[in-house]
Design a binder for this molecule. Structure first.
Ligand SMILES: [Zn+2]
Ligand SMILES: [Zn+2]
Ligand SMILES: [Zn+2]
Length: 495
């Protein structure tokens, strides 16, 4: 009796896990193997470390506990061989391996009820799914009702094979996953996920936004300028989020721009430079995002072709304080080693608010001395008189211009002759010299212009100093805004 009870006990002892409570499954050379250990063993594949054969089922164990193939382990179990394909695997159903079962299931799924064969477009998907690493997980995935809905819908042609079918599906996650799969199989053309979202964003934006004029122009800008460009770009590499964001911003601001014009009873086609300058000057910095739209419109005859939409160089216009500017001027004029031409250029920049590119190219004859000795300068229309204290470096310059000893230069027509014969001074050279003298080129010039505008109306400043009327208008508006923000100060400053 003792021997019998020993036999029973050993029958139920799993040779692998030592558990006696699991249901036994098979008897292998090492002893009984429980269900749980059998399943684990028959799902292990790879190169057998014993015989070095690749892609083997590795249910056995060598002396060190490493998984080895059936031949090396001496496991002779016909159930581990698929009755159809001959591959070794844990039997999944009726002597068939998981892969053969998956092939059967997918063939059923991809065949419409009234058809003899699978829907031909789905053939590449069938191949992709049945050759994947783990057929078992594919079978589990196929039980998902959303997956089934999409796949049967496509099989029976209830759903067309388009990106929209997946994009509009009630389960976005499954839709996305299947869509990617369809693209990878070549059933659907490639798409960029960001581009795709952007496309539907444009549709929604155009359909739901109050666009008070030029709707077709806005749509053209969105589709032809942005979408087409991004599509081309997406063919080369995935679109970065930033590209989409700035495209959205430009379209949104373009709509704001046409509506803003409409509210001022202006039509897009007849908007002027002053309108554009006012748009930029009187709103948040995001307004400069209308630049692409305006440029596109001028190129495509939706707006007057000679309009200029300036590039935004910084978030706000840099402006030096008057004190800083005066200090820069006085320092430059008083430093004994400063060349006379640099002193003259400093006056023209810091007092007359002229841009360096224009200063460098001033002809000699802009300077004139009136009968009463008053030095006059003519930037644009009427000659302006220069205060005597500031005129000195300019009159000195007319007598001692630089680079005049070059043979070919003594008839130079320029106020600032350059080193090269017949040329005026290179503006870059001038900028460098002015900067070396501690002058903040942009900030100080803007400060000078604002000083002019505090006493002279913008249109006159523009005319006399040769500025773009939009620029003076913009500066004047900014000063106005600053003043109105301090009503008490404003009141107190007036008698
Ligand atoms: Zn076990
Ligand atoms: Zn082996
Ligand atoms: Zn098989």
């Amino acid at each position: 009796m003792t021997s019998t009870s020993n036999t029973i006990a050993s029958q139920y002892l799993c040779a692998r896990c030592g558990d006696t409570n699991q249901r036994r499954r098979v008897r292998w050379p090492e002893g009984f193997v429980c269900r749980r250990c059998y399943q684990r063993a028959t799902r292990c594949r790879g190169v057998c470390p014993c015989c070095a054969l690749p892609n083997r089922l590795l249910p056995g164990l060598d002396t060190r506990g490493k998984p080895i193939c059936t031949d090396c382990a001496g496991i002779d179990d016909p159930r581990l061989t698929c009755t159809r394909c001959g591959d070794q695997d844990e039997p999944h159903r009726r002597g068939l391996c998981a892969r053969c079962c998956l092939t059967d299931d997918l063939t059923d799924l991809f065949t419409a009820p009234d058809a003899d064969e699978i829907t031909p477009e789905l053939q590449p998907l069938l191949e992709a799914l049945t050759t994947q690493e783990n057929p078992r997980s594919a079978m589990i995935w196929l039980r998902n009702p959303d997956v089934l809905d999409l796949l049967t819908g496509i099989t029976t042609r209830r759903y067309p094979i388009t990106h929209a079918t997946f994009a509009d599906h009630t389960s976005p996650r499954i839709g996305r996953h299947l869509r990617d799969l369809f693209v990878r199989c070549g059933i659907l053309p490639a798409y960029d996920r960001n581009l795709d979202r952007f496309t539907s964003w444009i549709d929604t934006k155009l359909a739901t936004t109050d666009i008070r004029q030029a709707r077709d122009t806005i749509a053209g800008f969105a589709n032809w300028n942005h979408l087409r460009k991004l599509r081309t770009r997406a063919e080369r590499a995935p679109l970065p989020e930033g590209a989409i964001l700035s495209a959205k911003q430009e379209i949104t601001v373009a709509i704001d721009f046409v509506n803003w014009l409409h509210n001022r009873s202006l039509e897009l086609g007849s908007a002027t430079q002053a309108d554009i300058d006012t748009w930029i000057a009187t709103g948040p910095t995001t307004r400069s995002s209308a630049m692409m739209f305006v440029r596109w419109c001028t190129r495509h005859q939706h707006m007057t072709p000679d309009l200029i939409f300036p590039h935004r160089t910084s978030r706000r216009t840099p402006v030096s304080s008057d004190t800083d500017r005066y200090t820069q001027l006085v320092d430059t004029l008083q430093r004994p080693d400063t060349p006379i031409w640099v002193q003259a250029a400093a006056v023209l920049l810091l007092v007359c608010a002229q841009p360096v590119t224009r200063i460098a190219a001033l002809p000699l004859d802009v300077i004139a001395t009136a009968d009463d000795g008053q030095v006059m300068i003519n930037f644009n229309a009427d000659p302006l008189s220069i205060p005597a204290s500031l005129a000195a470096p300019i009159t000195a310059l007319t007598r001692r211009r630089p680079h005049m000893n070059t043979a070919s230069n003594h008839t130079s027509p320029w106020l600032f002759p350059g080193r090269s014969p017949g040329q005026h001074l290179n503006p870059q050279t001038m900028m460098k010299q002015l900067r070396n003298n501690g002058i903040d080129l942009i900030g100080a010039r803007n400060s000078a212009m604002r000083e002019l505008l505090r006493t002279i109306p913008p249109a006159i400043v523009a005319n006399q100093f040769g500025f773009n009327p939009g620029t003076t208008e913009r500066h004047a508006l900014t000063i106005g805004t600053a003043w109105s923000a301090y009503p008490t100060l404003h009141e107190n400053s007036e008698p």
